[in-house]
Design a protein around this ligand. Sequence first.
Ligand code: HEC
Length: 258
Amino acid sequence: MKKLVLFAALIITTSPALPAMAAGDAVEPPKQDWSFSGPFGTYDRAALQRGLQVYRNVCAACHGLKRVYYRNLEALGYNEAQIKTIASEYTVQDGPSEEGEMFDRPGRPSDKFVSPYPNKAAAKYANNGAYPPDLSLITKARAGGADYIHGVLVGYEDAPEGTELLPGQYWNEYMPGHVIAMPAPLSDGLVAYEDGTPETVDQYALDVTHFLTWAAEPEMEHRKQMGIRVVLYLMVFTFILFLVKRKIWADVKKKKKA
Ligand code: HEC
């Protein structure tokens, strides 16, 4: 009995429902139709490129992406020369030189994405005390994943009457607790797309979330392909075992009769 109670307590205390409750009145973000969902899902290269554009033009002012190397952008369909150009538009601190000095140089494909602030304190100081998290793993770090990130980006609304927001605080439908220290980063027409895709807040949010999902899980397509191959292999193997089993038992039955 004691064991049963302990077991129940363990289940209750480790239940994933609890943190969600503690987070307050979080609203479930609407489900989006992502091309990367499901066992056969893949990334959409055009969406990834547009998402990179949104990240670089908007989000990179406040958020780092320090787990991604410029050379990783090959997966988005860029060639070596294009990646070199993208990397060289950033300034990287390197060193020390032979004289012991740190120095600045243009970025190279082997560099990681340059973060906007030199350290956490500087990042907080520039954002009213709120820390803009590094976005490398954000789609995995937040419950709700891609749908949640998209939700936060489109979820800005006027605060309900009677709610007092401090300066630097904003109302967001999908942020747990609804109060967020990030000003609405997107507005219609903010980033110019070259492929005729609508330049709307919703589209920007979809594209940048697509890009951030890739950043957090660049190996996803490979993993899914591997999974499908393993399942196919197991099916063929099961069938062969079935044939072998029939063959062996056919002999056994024959002997029994004889
Ligand atoms: C002006 C600076 C600024 C810009 C530009 C900006 N953010 Fe933020 N962002 C912040 C700050 C500050 C926070 C921390 C908010 C908080 O903790 O309340 C934040 C938080 C977030 C979060 C985490 C929300 C959570 O659940 O805690 C995500 C996701 C995010 N930003 C994505 C983006 C994306 C994507 C873009 C580009 C479209 C972007 N941000 C542009 C400053 C910025």
